[in-house]
Design a protein around this ligand. Structure first.
Ligand code: SF4
Length: 507
């Protein structure tokens, strides 16, 4: 944070927005106002329950915190409402990761503050990463907030809301970040797929990343509590568990490392799929590959954010491993785990990224042909070493490079999807979208990867059905459980490849 009083550093548009409140008009409740899908506890009603609305932003890890806060609130006699107008207390669970996320959080807070002026809202609680990172600025600039609480306060949200309601003056409670787990959760996803946090924080020190500043060093959650929660989620209808951490490959609880944890989770009754997200490329072990190859229930799917492939840029990012290491790991994964689907994340416009370095990244994307890929433009984050680096790249150049990668990836994704036409695949049905039933292959994570739209298929959300893939677009597929009299007509330049078949079968 800027030391010189009154001087707002360049990379702080979210703060300007807060100061100028110019966001009012744009944010008509943009963020997720979490619907209450399933309550886990009976309300102990001692008085008319106050209605609480939860707004949650950012990543699924933050979403799990919101689910825990909702579970605690429901168990503390509050009534959760999905109707903004009805909410007497609004909790905004913010994200503070990069600039655009901070601006979105400010928009949501100002919208909720506006509800205090014109709605039933009597108390506003600001929680999550932005509160953890900028408690003083928020305290100073947000008189509308009755409480500003850090990420370690999840379990105490009930008493914090009581305090906020009592109007006993602004409360700021931001302690050191901590791993909060084992609390009752109210599901915000369809009950058949659930996020499961296995660790908190991160001890890698990528030079551009503010997460260690916000969430602290890496802490693994006790394996017993993870497995216990997995059983509870399975009893509550979960069929797919999606494992979350900043760096899941850093997991270790005593002698139990990630491969051992995965084997235990694969033994939980009722669970059909276990999916691993956020694996650090330099930490993917032979044992992990063995588990991915051997365990039927562990999806042959891996999310490995590589961020870049140019060695100079990787070094400036303080990423462990060279471009050759990354390429070797991917090659080995594809050999050891046939049909594995790989997702990655990349950053364009990192300080010092030359056109030549970018071209290396683009060729890497074209050669590697990831199944799924997300690209972000570099966001200079105060407090991170990279924000002080020379040769910062103009945002429009970073955006233009992002567009070039996404254009290349669209072609790759279409080619890969077309290769699945005519294959049989097991789908986990997710639900209806505009009356179209849809689901996912084991090679598709929810909310970030494509989907399979189902025709002439009778099935309910949470069911596994076998279908034939009959059509493909860049990011989505079409399938049917109806037996195919004649082979589906394959687009011109497509043949049913062994790779496609392996992938469809998920092994
Ligand atoms: S591994 Fe991920 S969370 Fe950790 S410092 Fe690097 S980018 Fe941030």
């Amino acid at each position: 944070m800027s030391s010189k009083k009154g001087v707002v550093p360049r990379c702080r548009p979210w703060y300007d927005a807060l100061l100028s409140e110019r966001l009012w008009s744009r944010w008509s409740f943009f963020p997720i106002f979490l619907p209450v899908l399933h309550s886990c506890r009976n309300n102990r009603v001692t008085r008319k329950p106050y209605k609480i609305g939860m707004v949650s932003l950012g990543c699924p890890k933050n979403q799990v915190d919101a689910e825990q806060m909702m579970g605690v609130l429901a168990g503390s006699g509050f009534e959760l409402t999905a109707d903004q107008q009805e909410a007497e207390i609004i909790v905004v669970n913010t994200c503070g990761f990069i600039e655009s996320a901070k601006e979105e959080s400010i928009g949501a807070i100002l919208e909720a503050a506006n509800m205090k002026k014109r709605g039933k809202c009597r108390a506003l609680v600001v929680a999550g990463c932005l509160a953890q990172r900028y408690k003083d600025e928020l305290r100073k600039e947000l008189p509308e907030a009755d409480a500003i609480i850090g990420t370690a306060e999840v379990a105490r949200i009930g008493e914090i809301c009581e305090h906020a309601l009592a109007g006993s003056g602004p409360l700021v409670r931001v302690a050191a970040p901590a791993m909060v787990y084992g609390l009752p959760r109210i599901s915000t996803t369809p009950r058949h797929y659930r996020y499961l946090k296995i660790a908190e924080g991160c001890s890698n020190r990528c030079s551009y990343c503010a997460i260690p500043i916000i969430r602290g060093n890496f802490v693994s959650r006790p394996a017993a509590s993870i497995i216990d929660e997995a059983r509870k989620l399975a009893d509550n209808g979960a069929k797919e568990l999606i494992l979350l951490a900043q760096d899941s490959t850093g997991y270790r609880d005593g002698t139990k490392d990630l491969p051992a944890l995965l084997r235990s989770l694969a033994r939980v009754n009722g669970i059909g799929w276990v999916r691993l997200m956020y694996a650090y490329p330099g930490r993917i072990t032979d044992e992990l590959m063995t588990v991915l190859a051997e365990e039927e229930k562990i999806c042959r799917y891996l999310d490995i954010p590589v961020q870049h492939i140019d060695d100079k840029v990787l070094a400036a990012m303080n990423r462990r491993g060279t471009s050759d290491d990354i390429k070797r790991t991917i090659e080995k994964l594809r050999k050891r785990v046939p049909g594995i689907a790989l997702r990655t994340s990349l950053i364009t416009g990192f300080p010092g990224e030359t056109e030549a370095a970018f071209k290396r990244l683009l060729s890497f994307v074209q050669e590697t042909a990831f199944d799924h890929l997300g690209v972000f433009t570099y966001s200079p984050e105060e407090g991170t070493p990279a924000a002080r680096l020379e040769r910062q790249i103009a945002p429009e150049v970073a955006q233009e490079r992002l567009d070039r990668i996404m254009k290349a990836q669209a072609k790759i994704s279409l080619r890969k999807n077309r290769a699945l036409i005519g294959t049989r695949a097991v789908i986990l049905v997710d639900g209806l979208e505009d009356d179209a039933l849809f689901g996912r292959l084991s090679s598709q994570a929810p909310e970030i990867d494509g989907a399979v739209y189902l025709s002439e298929t009778e099935a309910l959300p949470g069911e596994f059905v076998e279908v034939t893939i009959t059509d493909a677009s860049e990011y989505d597929l079409v399938g049917t459980s109806k037996d195919q009299e004649e082979e589906p007509t394959l687009p011109q330049d497509t043949e049913v490849t062994e790779e496609g078949k392996k992938q469809a079968r998920g092994h």
